[in-house]
Design a protein around this ligand. Structure first.
Ligand SMILES: C[S@@+](CC[C@H](N)C(=O)[O-])C[C@H]1O[C@@H](n2cnc3c(N)ncnc32)[C@H](O)[C@@H]1O
Length: 239
């Protein structure tokens, strides 16, 4: 499968060749594909979403037989021993991690990383005032909070995630910009609107219609929008 440019750029200065890697939050497996392409010995991909796990097995696993292990598991309790991986990627993970889970996931990533391990944290910076897509993300968070008592999205400043890992012993190496602006395409807008509609369907009362109607008009208003930054932070544990 094709490796997205953001993943290639983030991995370009990381030593991946011959190492055991963890993709924390596998999604579609883009980082797993990038790690394998960069010569990883093998990649362990963890996601708590059954559909994502199946996608990674199909999209990445079949191209690299014997080099991909997919775990359907919670990153708050990673099913790997201490000190067992040499490279960790959290590519576009933390924007779907609520503040309540941030510390425990960072501690678990640190526990499974071997001395000298490398870590990449790639994510979206908070969107600036005036960004229309922010209104859609606000609706998504409102709908998910009402339906599930959890937000859908949290955009952490790079400095916050840097501090979270530095306090766990990771040495900060560098920050890179991967996208500026971020192209939020029509298909992104549609996918986020669908999340609002799915969550709204689980809410009783008038609010459901308010959320859905506002989402429908925002999709038309926004179309697509290029705004914000995606950054990449690199760290290493002492040997
Ligand atoms: C936006 S996707 C990440 C994209 C992916 N890294 C890539 O490069 O294509 C976020 C992934 O993290 C997973 N995730 C979020 N919170 C999680 C948790 N607590 N435990 C396990 N997986 C989690 C989601 O299910 C999803 O698969």
């Amino acid at each position: 499968m094709d490796v997205p440019a953001t993943v290639r750029t983030a991995l370009a200065d990381r030593p991946v060749e011959g190492r055991r890697c963890l993709e924390a939050g596998a999604g579609a497996g883009n980082a797993a594909a990038g790690l394998l392409d960069a010569g990883a010995a093998d990649v362990l991909a963890v996601t708590n979403d059954r559909e994502h796990a199946r996608t990674v097995r199909e999209r990445v696993g079949t191209d690299h037989p014997g080099r991909v292990g997919v775990f359907e598991a919670d990153l708050r309790s990673i099913p790997l021993p201490d000190d067992s991986v040499a490279v960790v990627t959290a590519h576009a993970l933390f924007n779907v991690v609520p503040t309540t889970d941030l510390d425990v996931i960072a501690s678990e990533i640190t526990r499974v990383a071997a001395p000298g391990a490398h870590l990449l944290v790639d994510d979206y910076a908070p969107l600036p005032d005036g960004a229309s897509i922010r209104d859609l993300f606000a609706l998504e968070n409102a709908a998910r909070e009402l339906a599930d008592a959890r937000p859908a999205l949290t955009f952490y400043p790079g400095g916050v995630l840097r501090g979270v890992f530095e306090t766990r012993g990771w040495e900060f190496d560098r920050r890179k910009t991967l996208l500026d602006p971020v192209p939020w395409t029509e298909s992104h807008v549609t996918a986020h609107a669908d999340t609002v509609r799915d969550a709204a369907a689980r809410i009783d009362g008038d609010l459901r219609n308010v959320l859905v109607n506002r989402t429908d008009s925002l999709v038309t208003e926004i179309g697509s929008e290029s705004v914000g930054e995606m950054y990449s932070l690199a760290f290493q544990l002492p040997e």
